[in-house]
Design a protein around this ligand. Structure first.
Ligand code: 3PG
Length: 307
């Protein structure tokens, strides 16, 4: 069996060593494609592989078509919107993610972004404190829950909305107030931390109306995906309401304009860095390697996302 580790944004060395060790122990051959810039490089690399470990790398229908022997793709991370599930399923290829493995890193960045924005992006002038403010968690999954816990430790009031969590005990046990609608969430949040996946339903779902409903001085914090933002609506809201702020770990398409238009009220990291910690790389990378072996050797399909 041959496994390709394809990471445009490479894993930390310790994570890579650990992945190789797990795959070598199963007697698999390992191929490595890092920091590639052209999709053709990925297409050439997949031709003879049985399995792939990727991060946000785009596993398109074209890539899947070229990978004639491919049996499994593991996305070392949470979001799998980068993998064409339809194309994979059509070929009987199993796709998995590694839920929870990089969540703490992303949650820490979300908190860091709140502090950064509340202190005027570390430029001189009077800022404000997070203590006593309300943070709304939009989607209460692995990352959302961790953001909530950290925010509580900072003395924030935490509210959350997640239509897919049916057991309200989950919120109660965390001491988090569950609100009844997305509108209610935004209207009450001084900070709104986004944790929804990019799907057909969520695409461009956050825009003018929700932003305009937020309290005075509110900040939208995006460590999820840029695709869920309606950029035109967001820009309109931030133009009309000069108190609103937007901080994101996924640069918008219109990043240059937004930087010029909104000054200290807007910040985008130069490259997505939510999961860029050694710990997250080790947790997600090693889990991915174990899941590849688990499937190819023992047929284990836990964490399959294209069932
Ligand atoms: C995820 O979905 O797990 C995060 O967005 C991290 O993505 P990355 O592995 O590309 O940093």
């Amino acid at each position: 069996m041959k496994i390709l580790i394809a990471t445009e944004k490479p894993f930390a060395k310790k994570a890579l060593d650990g992945i190789k060790e797990i795959l070598a122990a199963a007697d698999y051959e390992v191929a490595l494609l890092e920091k590639y810039t052209e999709k053709e490089e990925l297409i050439a690399a997949v031709r003879d592989v049985d399995g792939m470990i990727v991060r946000s790398d785009k596993v398109t229908a074209e890539v899947i078509e070229a990978a004639e022997q491919l049996k499994i793709v593991v996305r070392a991370g949470a979001g799998f919107d980068n993998v064409d599930l339809k194309a994979a399923s059509a070929r009987g290829i199993v796709v998995m993610n590694t839920p929870g493995q990089n969540s703490n890193a992303v949650a820490e960045l979300a908190v860091a972004m709140m502090i950064y924005m509340s202190r005027n992006r570390f430029t001189p002038g009077t800022g404000f404190e997070l203590q006593g403010k309300t943070v709304g968690i939009h989607a209460y999954g692995n990352v959302g829950r961790l953001v909530g816990r950290k925010a509580k430790a900072l003395g924030m009031n935490v509210i959350a909305y997640d239509p897919f969590v049916t057991d309200s005990a989950l919120f109660e046990n965390d001491g988090v107030e569950q609100v009844g609608s997305v509108e209610e969430l935004y209207a009450a949040s001084d900070f709104l931390s986004l944790h929804i996946p990019a799907t057909e339903q969520t695409r461009k779902s956050i825009g003018y109306k929700l932003m305009m409903s937020m309290p005075k001085g509110a900040t939208l914090v995006n460590t999820a995906r840029k695709e869920v933002i309606d950029e035109v609506g967001l820009e309109a809201a931030m133009t009309e309401r000069t108190d609103l702020k937007y901080v994101t770990d996924i640069a918008p398409d219109d990043v240059a304009t937004m930087t010029a238009m909104f000054g200290n009220r807007f910040f985008a990291t130069p490259k997505k860095m939510g999961a860029e910690t050694a710990e997250a790389n080790i947790n997600a990378g090693l889990a991915a390697a174990r899941q590849v072996v688990g499937y190819l050797r023992d047929g284990i399909t836990k964490f399959q996302v294209n069932k």
